[in-house]
Design a binder for this molecule. Structure first.
Ligand code: HEC
Length: 103
C-alpha cells in the first residue's frame, strides 16, 4: 500500500500583503474636496480652517463671525464682506477691517 502525502504550501504573508494593498490606498476626505481659493491669507484662523477643512470649514467660521456681530446688534451677512458668495468669495474693501472686529 502506498500513501500519498500532499503538502499544501500555506502563505499567510501573501494574504497580509493583499489586505494591506486594498486598505492602504484609501485617502482621508478633507480640504481636497472643496478647497479655498485664496493662496495668501490675512487671518491665520481662516488659513487654518481652509487647510484643515476647505471651504466647508471656512464657511462655518464665517457663520460664527456673522452670528457674533448680530448678537451685538450689528446688521451683517456674507454680502457685507463678499461681492460673490457662490464661487469666488472675493472681498469688499471693508472685509478685513470688519472681520478683525468680530473674529
Ligand atoms: C466681516 C466680514 C466677513 C463676513 C461677514 C463674511 N466673510 Fe467670508 N471672509 C472674510 C475675509 C476677510 C476672508 C479672507 C480671510 C483671509 O484672507 O484670511 C473671508 C474668506 C472666506 C472664504 C474663503 C474664500 C477662499 O476660497 O479663499 C469663504 C468660503 C467665505 N469667506 C465664506 C463666507 C460666508 C459663507 C459668509 C456668510 C456666512 C461670510 N464669508 C461672511 C470676511 C467676511
Amino acid at each position: 500500500m502506498s500513501q500519498r502525502a500532499l503538502r499544501f504550501p500555506f502563505a499567510p504573508l501573501t494574504v497580509i500583503a493583499l489586505v494591506g494593498a486594498l486598505f492602504g490606498a484609501s485617502a482621508p476626505a478633507g480640504a481636497d474636496d472643496n478647497p479655498c481659493t485664496a493662496s495668501r491669507f490675512e487671518f491665520k484662523e481662516v488659513e487654518k480652517a481652509c487647510k484643515e477643512g476647505g471651504r466647508v470649514a471656512a464657511k462655518k467660521m464665517m457663520n460664527a463671525v456673522v452670528k457674533k456681530a448680530k448678537e451685538a446688534g450689528e446688521q451683517m451677512n456674507c454680502k457685507t464682506c463678499h461681492n460673490d458668495v457662490k464661487d469666488k468669495f472675493d472681498l469688499k474693501a471693508n472685509a478685513n477691517a470688519d472681520f478683525k472686529r468680530w473674529l
